[in-house]
Design a protein around this ligand. Structure first.
Ligand code: ZN
Length: 221
């Protein structure tokens, strides 16, 4: 039996009965706090990273945490965004990139993707981020340039997100907040985009007031 199938049996025998109340509640419906858009990379575990439970995050994953700009063509990412914003009314959308991202490495070197035509086309949605990085990062070493690309890609995909009518109308109404993050696989750091200051800073600083409020609530309950 593959490890993941054995895992299901363990889940059914141990985890599910231990969380019966939660699963009973989840069977009534969902009301997630955020649409969480991240990379398909196997090293990202959204529940572990955000310490969230089933029902908390509506998740879209694809190579490179990409959001194609809105067009008249239907796609899985577009449909999920529309559903999350219009039907579920999520109050937050997070786009979360990550270090050591193979997709972003590929976006930087599209010429090496001849055997992967769909990957190559898909990653072209990050082209503006690649070109900005080539321009602004031309004097940086490869590591710093790689990090700049991850950040620029998150910013670019946030821009694409705003072209989706379902997002635009929520932003106009003022009841949707967008977040751009980069998760560092090696050290667990998560840096969040601060548009007003034009920089990324650790989540603990970026959300200092909210984090303090949440942790205080948690200790009181
Ligand atoms: Zn990735």
């Amino acid at each position: 039996m593959p490890k993941f199938a054995a895992g299901v049996v363990k889940f059914q025998q141990e985890v599910f009965p231990d969380n019966a109340e939660l699963f009973e509640k989840l069977a009534q419906g969902q009301s997630p706090e955020a649409l969480f858009i991240t990379c398909s990379d196997s090293r990202i575990e959204t529940g572990m990273l955000t310490q969230s439970q089933p029902g908390d995050l509506f998740i879209v994953r694809n190579a490179g945490n990409i959001v194609p700009p809105h067009t008249l063509e239907t796609g899985g990412t577009t449909a999920a965004i529309e559903f999350a914003c219009t039907a579920l009314n999520v109050p937050h959308i997070v786009i979360c990139g990550h270090t050591q991202c193979g997709a972003m490495h590929g976006a930087m070197h599209l010429e090496g993707l001849g055997a992967l035509p769909h990957v190559r086309n898909w990653l072209s949605y990050a082209r503006a981020a690649v070109e900005i990085t080539n321009e602004l990062g031309k004097d940086l070493d490869e590591r710093a340039r790689g990090l700049m690309l991850l950040e620029q890609n998150v910013i670019l995909q946030l821009t694409h997100l705003k072209t989706h009518p379902a997002v635009a109308v929520r932003l106009a109404r003022g009841d949707l907040r967008l977040h751009g993050w980069v998760y560092d696989i090696a050290d667990g750091e998560v840096n969040a985009w601060d548009e007003a200051r034009n920089r990324f800073e650790p989540v603990s600083q970026r959300y200092a007031a909210e984090v303090a409020k949440h942790l205080a609530l948690h200790t009181h309950t």
